[in-house]
Design a protein around this ligand. Structure first.
Ligand code: ZN
Length: 334
């Protein structure tokens, strides 16, 4: 992306570099790896609201980890599991109308509030909160909420899923995940984008398309799309835990794998079950997916595997190792 550089007094090419920065969060100095936009000619730092915000969020999240505070998305998950609106949840907790909304948007939460949220994450605790406290909701809402609590308690799968997603979401942004915590919604949108556009999409090809999309978006914006980590496997870079994630997508009726036989060979086809959801991917993200799609449109699974074997990140890593996004700068699609 081209920008105006005050030092060079002209439009210049830019690059993104990583550097250590310290932020003061609630009186505590937090060191983070910041992604900074610089002039490619003189190295002068240029302002980028997107990167600055991402760095600030990383600093806040690091502070949260140190103090065992819930992350904004964890607060959102707790609220959503009870089917409550932000305002409704605030009201139930006797907090100000906007409190939950602010927390979910990244404001640091009060310690006492944090403890109550952790307590209420467990449906059994929510049940006692609802029955033993004087709360400001009408009987009808209360009955509805108790129904949800009961369903959650009975649902064993619920516990498994929480455990499964917690493992991904608790990841620290770093070079292995493209400075982004795993985003399941974005991953599903990416899969549906490619699966709906292609007449036939094989699983091995999809994995390469995802990898190139994340890498190129990282190269241009300093952050990945999905937050996936990619491992070096014999057929090229493969998203970590991909089969588990795909099982999850099949259970959610988004897409599944169908095994077909072609001259005695097994083919694993990706079958979409719905359109790509609107509003999940930004225009910039969709633009990268479109370019990757066009570049590899006529490549078979074998062609794209061979192509990806020539990437520096693949050559420099051993079997099973994670391929860092820092190799994205060496990828060239032309
Ligand atoms: Zn310059």
């Amino acid at each position: 992306m081209k920008r105006y550089c005050e030092e060079c007094k002209k439009e210049v090419e830019t690059t993104i570099v990583t550097k250590k920065e310290s932020y003061n969060v609630c009186g505590e100095m937090i060191d983070v790896n910041a992604q900074v936009l610089v002039c490619a000619e003189c190295g002068e730092e240029l302002f980028s609201e997107e990167l600055d915000n991402a760095t600030l969020i990383n600093a806040y999240n690091e502070y949260r980890r140190r103090h065992k505070l819930l992350l904004p998305e964890e607060i959102k998950e707790i609220r959503q599991q009870y089917g409550l609106s932000q305002r409704g949840f605030s009201k139930l907790l006797n907090w100000g109308d906007k409190t939950i909304c602010r927390y979910e948007n990244g404001s640091l939460q009060d310690r006492a509030h944090n403890s109550l949220l952790i307590f209420l994450k467990n449906p059994e605790n929510m049940r006692s909160y609802l029955t033993e406290n004087e709360i400001d909701i009408d009987e009808k809402q209360k009955t509805k909420l108790l129904d949800i609590v009961e369903r959650l308690e009975q649902n064993l799968e619920y516990r498994e899923n929480r455990k499964f997603f917690d493992e991904f979401f608790s990841e620290t942004p770093c070079e292995e995940n493209g400075f982004k915590g795993f985003d399941y919604e974005k991953l599903c949108a990416m899969v549906l984008f490619f699966a709906n556009k292609s007449t036939e999409l094989l699983k091995t090809k999809l994995m390469k398309l995802l990898n190139y999309s994340d890498m190129i978006f990282y190269k241009e914006n300093g952050i990945s799309i999905s937050g996936l980590r990619y491992a070096h496997l014999p057929y090229g870079p493969v998203p970590e835990n991909f089969d588990m994630l795909f099982g999850r997508m099949a259970a959610d009726h988004l897409a599944h794998i169908e095994v077909a036989y072609d001259n005695g060979y097994e083919k694993h086809q990706v079958i979409p079950e719905c359109d790509m959801p609107k509003g999940v991917l930004s225009d910039e993200e969709k633009d990268v997916l479109e370019r990757i799609y066009l570049k590899f449109k006529d490549f078979g699974s074998v062609d794209i595997s061979n192509y990806s074997h020539k990437e520096k990140g693949y050559i420099a890593t051993k079997q099973g190792e994670i391929i860092s996004y820092s190799y994205a700068k060496d990828i060239c699609l032309n």
